[in-house]
Design a protein around this ligand. Structure first.
Ligand SMILES: [Ca+2]
Ligand SMILES: [Ca+2]
Length: 558
């Protein structure tokens, strides 16, 4: 019979196991009925999809028109996450961001002509809801693009405004002026556009004449946007919104971006979304520098935002073999957010050259950048096709070409072979496609799978508190983060040659002797350090040598 201490401990372990089991059952149940645990997005890995380019249905009313649609998306959900966890063969992402799905005159959809409907080329609302249910069934949550700053010039309200005289009521929903107060916008583009005839004046469209800015000083605009947000979050059941171009909502005098009034509007809008759907996730596209992005997030204007400075630092660090660029960016973020990490990490999105293109087509560097991405603090976002190493430079439509599923000519499995696709796939699709990489264990696709699971399994990796760590070589990438019962040290060699492993010193951490240590990424064995009374170690050399372009994740578990 064990002594009472062990009996108590066994009871405690059983109890904890039951609690964990109940927790996972509750999570699954919550996903099924649409309820959302708070901050679910902090544990998610997001995948950004351009519906037009993902998959054309093979049967039904939307089939074989060369345009991706919701049915095609449903048919490919098992590729993204088959709901079987590590036992399955899927990529393992747990959330999707769909680029605009609303009716729009453009191919990209960032000029919305009806905020309450879906683009008929993609399907109808019933089909969209079926897609949503299929995603939720697999444990995948879905956020959609929401474009608050501007409408389409084809939006019925703007069309009506164009017809009105200068004091017309609908004109007040947009920014009209008899004479433009200034001709140019924040990046010296033309921002005031003639409204058709001299007596109708000009209107403001920060992006283009096809995208008239809403006038947020008119309360009807806020009311319209809130009704639309409530419709999608509550009636349709999406799990969050990705807000487009949030720097530009409210202009104040000559200040055309990053105004206090914009952050205040966003804070109230985000609160509204949380009220109508508790747990809904509001992430913004703010292309400002990290100080401004942090001000928005920390002030409650957004739950999260893309950390574009960090993305640039990641790519440049890898491209120039200079981890210091990234280390400095991370140190600034740690200071700005006091150790919290609510921001979204990425290598690229639909507006940027593909990662492999930015890395001069180099596959080894692309793999390295990917390893760095999924070992950064934050919430990772991945743009479709990056997991295959697609390459593309601007103009924008080239960044948004059909997903290559197979080597089938001429549509790469995106659409049936006899169909004329809305856009041709990239010419390297015979090699760069899902089928070619799925079963090749050393493929980029399989590296993504491994990294996504590693990232999802480690709270310390995603959101651990930063721990000061000193290495005896400044040429290496070294980070440490910890939670109450886990610690990770990330060691990277960004160079093309092997180097000697560094000696690492930590003064204090959560570590205690007896915690289990393993290396989780490069599949190597490491020597454990002597942990002192404050959780520190001195001059520890975990690896004799670091392979070229490698990232090691040394992970302790209690
Ligand atoms: Ca179609
Ligand atoms: Ca605006």
């Amino acid at each position: 019979m064990p002594p009472p201490f062990f009996a108590r401990r066994r009871f405690l372990l059983c109890f904890l196991a039951l609690v964990a089991l109940a927790g996972s059952w509750l999570r699954a149940a919550a996903l099924a009925d649409g309820g959302l645990p708070p901050d679910w997005w902090r544990d998610a890995v997001f995948y950004e999809i351009f519906v037009r380019s993902f998959a054309d249905a093979r049967s039904g009313p939307l089939a074989n028109d060369g345009i991706g649609d919701f049915q095609g998306l449903i048919d490919k959900l098992d590729y993204l996450n088959d709901g079987q966890g590590a036992a399955g063969k899927s990529l393992g992402v747990t959330a999707l961001w769909l680029m605009p799905i609303h009716p729009s005159p453009s191919y990209h959809g960032y000029d919305v002509s009806d905020y309450f409907a879906v683009n008929p080329e993609f399907g109808d609302m019933e089909l969209f809801k079926r897609f949503l249910a299929e995603a939720h069934r697999r444990g995948i949550r879905v956020i959609i693009d929401f474009v608050p700053n501007h409408a389409s010039s084809q939006h019925p309200l703007f069309q009506q405004a164009l017809k009105e005289s200068a004091d017309g009521d609908t004109r007040k929903l947009f920014r009209f002026a008899e004479v433009p107060p200034e001709l140019f916008g924040p990046w010296d583009q033309r921002a005031w556009h003639p409204a058709g005839s001299p007596e109708r004046g000009f209107y403001y469209g920060v992006f283009s004449s096809e995208m008239p800015d809403w006038n947020f000083n008119d309360p009807r605009v806020t009311e319209h946007h809130r009704r639309a947000a409530e419709f999608w979050l509550k009636d349709v059941g999406v799990d969050g919104l990705r807000l487009d171009a949030v720097r530009y909502l409210l202009e104040v005098g000559e200040q055309l971006q990053d105004t206090t009034e914009t952050r205040e509007w966003l804070r109230e809008f985000t609160e509204f979304c949380h009220r109508v759907k508790p747990g809904s996730f509001i992430i913004g596209e703010n292309t400002a520098r990290m100080t401004e992005v942090a001000r928005a997030i920390r002030g409650g204007a957004l739950d999260s935002a893309f950390e574009f400075d960090l993305a640039r630092a990641t790519i440049e660090s890898v491209r120039l073999h200079t981890p210091g660029i990234l280390t400095k960016a991370l140190a600034r973020l740690d200071a700005l957010y006091a150790g919290d990490s609510p921001w979204a990490t990425l290598l690229t999105n639909h507006d940027q050259e593909r990662a492999r293109t930015q890395l001069d087509g180099n596959e080894a560097l692309t793999r390295l950048a990917t390893k760095v991405l999924f070992t950064l603090p934050g919430v990772p976002f991945l743009y479709y096709g990056e997991e295959l190493g697609m390459q593309a430079a601007k103009p924008d439509p080239e960044l948004r070409t059909p997903m290559p599923w197979t080597a089938e000519s001429p549509n790469a499995g995106f659409a049936a072979a006899g169909v004329r696709a809305w856009k041709a796939p990239k010419p390297d699709y015979p090699e760069v496609n899902v089928a070619a990489q799925r079963d090749a264990s050393d493929s980029l696709l399989n590296l993504y799978r491994r990294l996504i699971r590693l990232n999802e399994s480690s709270v310390a990796l995603r959101h651990g508190r930063p721990v000061p760590i000193v290495a005896d070589s400044a040429r290496l990438y070294v980070q440490m983060r910890e939670t109450a019962d886990e610690a990770v040290v990330i060691v990277g060699n960004f160079g093309a040659e092997p180097v000697a492993g560094p000696k690492l010193t930590v003064e204090r951490s959560v570590l205690r002797s007896g915690w289990q240590l393993s290396e989780e990424l490069e599949r190597t064995t490491v020597a454990a350090p002597e942990i002192n009374a404050t959780g520190g170690f001195e001059g520890w050399r975990p690896l004799p040598e670091l392979a070229p372009q490698s990232v090691y994740v040394l992970r302790w578990r209690r």
